[in-house]
Design a protein around this ligand. Structure first.
Ligand code: HEC
Ligand code: HEC
Length: 305
């Protein structure tokens, strides 16, 4: 009697409804049956996802979905806090909720250079149920709709001119300030970057050729910088880059993955391994006609902020 009283006093905030047996922390979420997900023809149900979440995800993402699972202290980057509903990999514009498919693809793929495993072994139904349950942690899923997926225009031809134009954009848009002139993740700002939780974060290092977090195709890279990696300093450039320029940039970024076999690297090799230096895209008067970073080794171009 006095024992259970002591427990009840110790954990009133956790145990909303008096638990039957041993008191367990009970996530304070809205009724789960309100939440579903739609992935193709599969409908996920949060009621079902709850059990799977407690089995597979709770250790990192925590009982309240806030990323404070018992393993979290030892993990960098930290597990996602679902209560903020800020997600890195989206087809939707920056600041908007992802689609169910985006979340589904993320958990299927897992996150390179992090502890987030891939969940391909779980059935599509289970993954859909999990997505529905993940949505119970933030009220945003009640009040907002996911944005519309951005349009990705058909890919333009890979040739040395496209790569050169992409190189000029990489300089002009100052991608190098974070990613480094050679894409090695060592730009002048790299050491000081923090994410939305004030944790240090590193820009992607293209030269490792390692898997990208948000997918492996050229269209996935296009999406990365046109939607931004929300919750990180990686911004959306949707307002600064036209569709054809976006493909130029993708083609150039592929050449920074020096060890990864690609059409882009073949084209570069055939051109003698040199990217011709061209002025940045015409339109606004070119404020800086800086040399391509590849030719300038580790010296970032001058003239930027
Ligand atoms: C071993 C720890 C671990 C486990 C277990 C784990 N995660 Fe994660 N998860 C992470 C980490 C760490 C991140 C953040 C990765 C990053 O920011 O690069 C993450 C990120 C995510 C994201 C964010 C995707 C985005 O676009 O931002 C989702 C959704 C997610 N996890 C769902 C799940 C689900 C569902 C499960 C259970 C099936 C699960 N995770 C199990 C560690 C884990
Ligand atoms: C203010 C710093 C900053 C700038 C400027 C910046 N990035 Fe990033 N970028 C990052 C960070 C940090 C990450 C890593 C995000 C993560 O791992 O969660 C990243 C990741 C990426 C990724 C990989 C995403 C993935 O799926 O893993 C690509 C591609 C990328 N950036 C392209 C660009 C391009 C192209 C530009 C310029 C148009 C650019 N970045 C400008 C900081 C920046």
């Amino acid at each position: 009697m006095s024992f259970s009283f002591a427990i009840a006093v110790a954990v009133p905030a956790l145990a909303q409804e008096p638990p039957g047996g041993m008191p367990q922390p009970v996530p304070q979420t809205p009724p789960t049956h309100d939440f579903v997900s739609h992935i193709g023809s599969v409908t996920g149900h949060a009621d079902k996802g709850k059990e799977d979440y407690r089995r597979w995800c709770i250790g990192c993402h925590g009982p309240y979905g806030d990323g404070n699972g018992e393993n979290a202290p030892w993990i960098e980057p930290k597990p996602r806090d679902f209560t903020a509903a800020t997600f890195k990999c989206r087809s939707t514009p920056t600041g908007m909720l992802p689609t169910d498919e985006d979340l589904y693809n993320s958990i299927t793929r897992g996150f390179n250079t992090s502890n987030m495993p891939q969940w391909r072994p779980l059935t599509p139904q289970t993954r859909a149920d999990l997505i529905a349950y993940v949505k119970t942690f933030s009220p945003r899923w009640k009040t907002e709709k996911p944005g519309d997926a951005i349009k990705i225009t058909p890919e333009t031809p890979v040739n040395i001119e496209s790569i050169a134009r992409g190189n000029a954009l990489f300089v002009k848009l100052e991608c190098w300030k974070c990613h480094g002139p050679l894409g090695r993740g060592d730009g002048p700002s790299a050491a000081t970057l923090t994410d939305s939780k004030d944790m240090p974060i590193k820009p992607y290092n293209f030269s490792t050729g390692g898997r990208l977090k948000c997918g492996e195709t050229n269209a996935d890279i296009y999406r990365d910088f046109m939607t931004g990696v929300d919750g990180t300093p990686m911004p959306s450039f949707a307002d600064n880059i036209k569709p054809d320029e976006a493909w130029d940039l993708v083609h150039f970024l592929r050449t920074l993955q020096t060890t990864r076999p690609s059409k882009e690297n073949e084209v570069l090799k055939a051109a003698g391994g040199k990217i011709p230096v061209i002025a940045p895209p015409a339109a606004p008067p070119a404020q800086e006609s800086t040399p391509a970073p590849q030719q300038e080794e580790n010296k970032p171009p001058s003239g930027g902020k």
